[in-house]
Structures are given as C-alpha cells and as structure tokens.
Design a protein around this ligand. Structure first.
Ligand code: SF4
Length: 173
C-alpha cells in the first residue's frame, strides 16, 4: 500500500473567502508522483500536468487535485465529511498503484484553456446574473470546473451562439 497514513486538513478556499463550507486535503509523507501517469490512463477526463506533478479531476461539483504529497478537494462541510470524501481517492491511488502492471501509463497533458481565452468569449457585461461579480471571475471558475457554461444565462441567447459553441469545444475534455 502506497498511502498508509495521512492527516486531514480543512481550509477556506482562496477563491471563496467567507464561505460556510471548506476545501480540504489529505496530507501524507509518501510521494505519489509515480502513480499520476497511471491515474491519467485510467481516469476519464483527468487533466494531468507532468511538469507540475499535478492531476486534476472533476466529479459532479467536486474538483479533486492530486499532488505529490496531498490530495485536495474543493468542498467539505467538516472534518468527518472531508474524511469521507477524500478516502475513496486515497483508495484509488493505492489500488491503481497495486494494479500498475496491468496499466499503460499515460504522460500526455490534455490542455485546458486559459482564463483570458475563456473570458474573451463571454458576454463581458458583468451583469452578475451568474452570481459572480465579474465575467472574469466566472471565467476563472469555469477553468477550475467550479461553474458551468449554462450558469451564464446571457450566453444562451441566440446572438452568442458562436461564442457558446467555441467555449463548449474548449472546455470539453
Ligand atoms: S452571467 Fe455571464 S455575462 Fe453576466 S456576469 Fe456572469 S459571466 Fe458575465
């Protein structure tokens, strides 16, 4: 087993100061960098950046990030909830490592677009209908998979059809 011991930490997400829920991470002494190419091979839609030793994954509303010495998630109510949400990903790392001889590791990066590239295709009216203060903040959260295109109602209007189509293409894994 690769990760035998870990500590759970809760913290306020930097993109959401004052939030009532938390981000959380499991920290461990062992380095899991060598598992990331195997996870990249088995996880559909993962975003792996070998130069940063990071793999990100979106599951429902949850964003999960695998780093050499920690796994973090974007949402947890309390330490028990964090433990419950993080444990399956710790198990996934351990199980993938045990199965590594059956898996062909994948070193490829599936590039995500930049905030600015996405922002340029949004209506850029800062109308706040999506609940964000600016279109740029919305673009930032789109890149992090914390929001969805359909949350921007103006973007669904006929006049933005081309932009919507381009954004869908950019954001589809
Ligand atoms: S709803 Fe769309 S146009 Fe309005 S602020 Fe949000 S991202 Fe910008």
């Amino acid at each position: 087993m690769l990760i035998e011991e870990y500590q759970i930490e809760l913290y306020t997400p930097p993109w959401n100061p004052g939030a009532h829920r938390f981000a959380a991470r499991a920290r461990f002494a062992v380095n899991i960098s060598k598992v990331l190419p195997y996870l990249n091979a088995v996880l559909c839609g993962a975003h792996y950046v070998p130069s940063m030793n990071t793999l990100m994954l979106k599951q429902g509303d949850l964003l999960i990030a695998f780093h050499p010495h920690e796994i973090s998630i974007t949402d947890a109510a309390n330490p028990e909830d964090a433990e419950q949400r993080l444990k399956p990903y710790i198990d996934l790392v351990n199980q993938t490592w045990e199965r590594r001889r059956e898996i062909t590791p994948d070193q490829r990066t599936r590039l995500r677009p930049t905030h600015l590239a996405i922002y340029r295709l949004l209506p850029r009216t800062n109308c706040r209908e999506c609940g964000e203060a600016t279109c740029y903040l919305f673009a930032t959260k789109l890149v992090l998979n914390l929001r969805e295109l359909r949350d921007c109602k103006p973007l669904l209007e006929a006049r933005y059809r081309a932009q919507l189509s381009a954004l869908e293409e950019m954001l589809t894994p």
